[in-house]
Design a protein around this ligand. Structure first.
Ligand code: R1P
Ligand code: URA
Length: 293
């Protein structure tokens, strides 16, 4: 995408006002958003909207679909995987949506508690699990750093918990947001030196209530918490929650089948949508008619 202008804060924009990576502009994204990793999941979910008003796939792999659910504007944004993609999505979406934003991450995870495939998790909080490069380079500190807990929006978590119960057995707790699917989620092997044999027991011991591992939730909660402008200039403008399907059972070594994955995504779609729509109304800054479908 050709960048032909910079906004007042030096952020690149296309000639028609789209953000550089997500490629959306004002009027195309709703105040209520479900973000997922997998674009295929986004497309399945979009079939449950009452109407689709806007759809766009960006050159960097972000897919945005905006429509109506129970008469309320709602966007689904597929972002791919990992912390950076969550950062691009949240910041660039904040640039183009007026008013409060409510964002729910709906994703998959590996369970480190008694939840197994077919069960669902709602995050009350999330924490970061980051590889400490200094340990690998010069033996400083420990191989992985665990951050403190960042809370989900409590009202949003209760709405998610109430609706996700109809999908599968519900477990609530703290979700570990790792910076890799492999090393920092305790997957071991001989190709790399990861020093992670005892990482999962360490997480279980250090973070009471840790239930699952995935790759985006803490970044989302952290950005929501810091959506205050400079020096806490105003209350946060973003509220965030997270609901997850258990794809991997890290103690039983089970992985979800493709059939169960599709079935659960379909069941969970309206649960996540209902939670977002039941949530206290946000000031709607979205003008559906402005989007080019
Ligand atoms: C890894 O397979 C991916 O799956 C999980 C992780 O957070 C990571 O993005 O989430 P999604 O299913 O939403 O992509
Ligand atoms: N997503 C992850 O990040 N980890 C898992 O084990 C399963 C899904």
């Amino acid at each position: 995408m050709a960048i032909t202008q910079m906004d007042s804060a030096n952020k690149p924009l296309s000639s028609d006002g789209r953000t550089y990576h997500v490629e959306t502009r004002p009027g195309e994204v709703a105040n209520r958003i479900v973000t997922v990793g997998d674009p295929q999941r986004a497309r399945i979910m979009a079939q449950h909207l009452d109407a689709i008003l806007f759809e766009h796939s960006s050159h960097r792999g972000f897919l945005t679909i905006t429509g109506l659910y129970r008469g309320v504007p709602l966007s689904i944004v597929a972002i791919g995987m990992g912390l950076s993609m969550m950062d691009f999505f949240v910041r660039e979406t904040r640039m183009v949506v007026q008013g409060p934003l409510t964002i729910v991450r709906f994703g998959s995870c590996g369970s480190i508690c008694d939840a197994t495939t077919g069960d669902v998790i709602v995050a009350d909080s999330a924490f970061g699990i980051n590889r400490n490069y200094d340990y690998f380079d010069n033996g400083e500190g420990t191989p992985y750093r665990l951050s403190s807990l960042q809370a989900s929006d409590p009202a949003l978590a209760s709405h998610l918990a109430r609706h996700m119960q109809r999908v599968g057995r519900l477990v609530r707790g703290a979700v570990g947001n790792a910076d890799s699917f492999y090393g920092s989620q305790g997957r071991t092997g001989d190709d790399f030196y990861d020093a992670n044999d005892s990482l999962i027991p360490l997480i279980q011991e250090s973070v009471p209530g840790a239930v699952a591992l995935e790759m985006e939730s803490h970044m989302l909660f952290h950005l929501a918490r810091t959506s205050t402008g400079r020096l806490n200039a105003r209350p946060p403008s973003i509220r965030a929650g997270c609901a997850l399907l258990v794809f991997a059972d890290r103690s039983g070594n089970a992985f979800i089948s493709p059939e169960m994955n599709t079935r659960m995504v379909i069941q969970a779609t309206t649960a996540v949508f209902d939670a977002l729509v039941d949530d206290a109304p946000t000031q709607e800054g979205m003008h559906p008619s402005a989007g080019s479908v």
